[in-house]
Design a protein around this ligand. Structure first.
Ligand code: SAH
Length: 365
């Protein structure tokens, strides 16, 4: 039975499902979920990410992590965690770059958080060979971030991970804010509004002026995760760097759910499991969650500003000098990562550090 048919059966049995539940099943169903079954990255896939564009991205992130570790007095037994490592490219570039700080690598433990068995396999093939004695502990994989990661200084990166976390959507109507649901009509999956409005506490203050049809979008999964990460960093030390596409001010009253297939936008409901479904990340909400968790939060700044502040232009110049034949591709990769009309402005970076830390590389005070 196709995933679409199974979702339709579930809706027949339980009633309409939230957009969040639909996203979770479409992305992570163990048999046919989008991530569970494939490698979505690259030109032959559905989308391309910054680490797949150029090694310089992971080098900048690696230098940022080593700097954050050294700013905190080089804490012992650091744990490096990546959320949603994709093909393992970012982690490979981080570990290569971190060789500038052998003491960081010496007692480092690496944990990769990956829900997809298919991608865990690809990451393992790429990364296991790298652990040739330079790192202290082995690498391990977990399907989810959890409190077992709370007992050491936590250095965490997440690139294009938070956009995959499920969002709930509420639409303003004459009756109040009604949750947007997925239901079945004439054998098709369609969006429909819950007939009964959400309790007022579900909608934060400040949205009273929304026009009819205005949408409030929220990711409880994203904010809960950000808060637990911040709590660990505040208690144990460490630093988190989250990079994703998203918005920094309240989103207005529009929704941002999107489906992508073969580098093009697609219909989110048409073929569950076949399209990448995501939503823009609410950086204001991540910032609040980080502060609730007790961390100092820096940013968000644009990806372009962050990478330029860390020195990507200088790194590109250095690489061009040693590889003159690759000058054109290095220039265009840099432009893709930092150009305002490319990834530079839509993508944002935010950092969590312990409350005692005031200077954070790449972020203005
Ligand atoms: N960070 C990589 C890949 C981004 S794609 C890069 O920049 O190239 C999103 C990644 O997050 C995939 O590896 C996907 O399988 C994983 N993922 C998505 N939702 C997840 C979840 N809820 N739990 C764990 N991993 C998840």
């Amino acid at each position: 039975m196709s995933l679409r048919a199974r979702i339709a059966d579930l809706i027949e049995a339980q009633g309409p499902m939230s957009v969040a539940q639909f996203m979770t099943i479409s992305l992570l169903d163990p048999q046919e979920g989008y991530y569970a079954t494939r490698d979505p990255l690259g030109s032959g896939g559905d989308f391309t990410t910054a680490p797949e564009i150029s090694q310089m991205f992971g080098e900048m992130v690696g230098l940022w992590l080593v700097q954050a570790w050294s700013d905190q007095g080089c804490p012992k037994n650091p744990r490096l965690v990546e959320l949603g490592p994709g093909r393992g490219t970012l982690m490979a570039d981080i570990l290569r770059t971190a060789k500038v700080a052998p003491e960081f690598l010496a007692d480092l433990e690496v944990v990769l958080i990956e829900a997809s068995p298919a991608l865990q396999q690809i990451q393992g093939d790429k990364l296991r060979g790298l652990n040739n004695g330079t790192m202290g502990a082995d690498m391990s994989w977990q399907a989810q971030f959890d409190d077992s990661l709370g007992d050491r200084p936590l250095f965490l990166v997440a690139n294009e991970f938070f956009d995959a976390l499920p969002v709930r959507q509420y639409v303003k109507t004459e009756r109040g804010w009604c949750e947007r649901m997925v239901t079945v009509l004439n054998d098709e999956l369609v969006f429909a509004l819950a007939p009964v409005p959400a309790p007022p506490a579900a909608i934060p203050a400040g949205r009273e002026n929304a026009p009819d049809g205005g949408v409030y979008e929220t990711s409880p999964a994203a904010t809960a995760l950000a808060e637990s990460i911040a709590r660990i960093i505040a208690a144990r030390g460490g630093a988190a760097l989250v990079i994703d596409y998203g918005y920094t001010e309240a989103a207005g009253f529009s929704e941002t759910l999107q489906a992508v297939s073969g580098h093009r936008f697609a219909d989110a409901l048409a073929e569950p499991g076949e399209n990448d479904i995501s939503a823009h990340v609410d950086f204001a909400a991540l910032k609040e969650a980080g502060q609730r968790g007790g961390a100092t939060v820096r940013g968000p700044v644009t990806q372009g500003q962050f990478l330029a502040n860390i020195g990507i232009t200088e790194r590109a110049a250095q690489l061009m000098k040693s590889n003159p034949d690759s000058a054109d591709s290095l220039l265009s990769a840099t432009e893709r990562l930092i150009g305002n009309d490319q990834m530079g402005k839509l993508f944002k970076a935010i950092a969590f550090v312990p409350p005692a830390i005031s200077d954070v590389a790449g972020f203005p005070p």
